[in-house]
Design a protein. Structure first.
Length: 137
């Protein structure tokens, strides 16, 4: 909500109607989607037998890659749009920083993120947006 109202976090954008009901111009599903994405990416990266700091960095890079694809299709689905149809670098930096912070919170709080389905869910969502990006004009 802060980002939409101020433009300070991700840049200047507004949500369309593609994500459903909104409060303060922010779809209610956004928080749940962030939780799902961070959980699934962290679950995937935590399978690697490497130091936790590298696990959270990999999770953040996974979500940054996800956003690179999502940003191309989101306006076509009326999820959100950017001022002048330009996605600012600030958006990608914020995605990485927030994904990193949330993943750190999960990993270092020792929240159980082991889930056999989580990587599959993330892959399905990622492929869904890749295919839509290829099919939609």
């Amino acid at each position: 909500m802060i980002g939409v109202q101020s433009g300070l976090i991700f840049g200047n954008y507004k949500y369309g109607n593609g994500l459903g009901w909104k409060v303060a111009e922010t779809p209610l599903i956004i928080g749940l989607n962030w939780l799902l994405l961070v959980y699934t990416a962290t679950s995937l990266s935590s399978r690697l037998k490497i130091a936790r700091i590298f696990q959270v960095l990999i999770a953040a890079f996974i979500l940054l890659t996800y956003d690179l694809i999502l940003e191309q299709v989101a306006p076509k689905l009326d999820m959100w749009s950017w001022d002048n149809n330009i996605i600012p670098l600030q958006n990608y930096l914020a995605w990485f920083a927030l994904a990193l912070a949330f993943s750190i919170l999960l990993v270092y709080s020792k929240t159980k993120v082991t889930n056999k389905l989580a990587p599959l869910i993330l892959l399905c969502q990622f492929l869904f947006f890749v295919v839509l990006n290829l099919l939609l004009p």
